[in-house]
Ligand binder design. Structure first.
Ligand code: SME
Length: 172
């Protein structure tokens, strides 16, 4: 069984350890859902954030995907809340204080700051990564840089998935 070794040290050092552990886990698995699940768990347990998870684009809505933390809203419309805004704008949303973000969707009253990163496939948003903290102003450009890098790696699994499913090795 895999064990997550959470690092001590600076935020950058923690992200470096997290990235190398995820790379090891991902080297044996290409399914995006499986890899998003372990990524959510590893981020949550490394930093003890309140909630970490993915919403997946399903038609005109985001639908709850793999996550770690308390139960959450299952559907979010295009352009709605922080997640729907990240989808619409195709850009990371870093929200230092959720009470100051008009239209924030409070799945949990404990969330005080939030960062949402879009996951792309061929230039289209296919999912968003949502990381919520119970502390105000808990995210900065270091989190943004590392979480965006990890999200780009998840993008690769969405591409690879199609490649295999459409290939002669996995005929439909
Ligand atoms: N706060 C998010 C909704 C998702 S939950 O926080 C897990 C938003 O405003 O989009």
């Amino acid at each position: 069984m895999e064990v997550l070794h959470t690092a001590k040290g600076t935020k950058n050092e923690k992200y470096e350890v997290l990235k190398s552990q995820l790379s090891a886990l991902w080297s044996g698995e290409s399914d995006p859902i499986a890899n998003m699940g372990n990524m959510a768990s590893a981020i949550k347990h490394t930093f003890d954030f309140h909630w970490v998870g993915f919403y997946l684009v399903r038609g005109q809505e985001l639908v709850l995907g793999p996550f770690q933390g308390p139960i959450a809203c299952t559907r979010i419309g295009f352009g709605k809340g922080v997640c729907g805004t990240a989808w619409k704008e195709k850009q990371t949303q870093l929200v230092p204080d959720v009470e100051l973000f008009e239209g924030h969707i409070a799945c949990s009253a404990l969330t005080r700051s939030e960062i949402v990163i879009p996951v792309f496939k061929n230039g289209k948003v296919v999912a968003v990564l949502d990381v919520d903290s119970a502390l105000v102003n808990d995210f900065d450009e270091i989190d943004q840089m590392h979480l965006e890098a990890l999200s780009r790696e998840i993008s690769v699994f969405f591409l690879v998935q199609n490649f295999f499913f459409n290939s002669k090795f996995f005929p439909r």
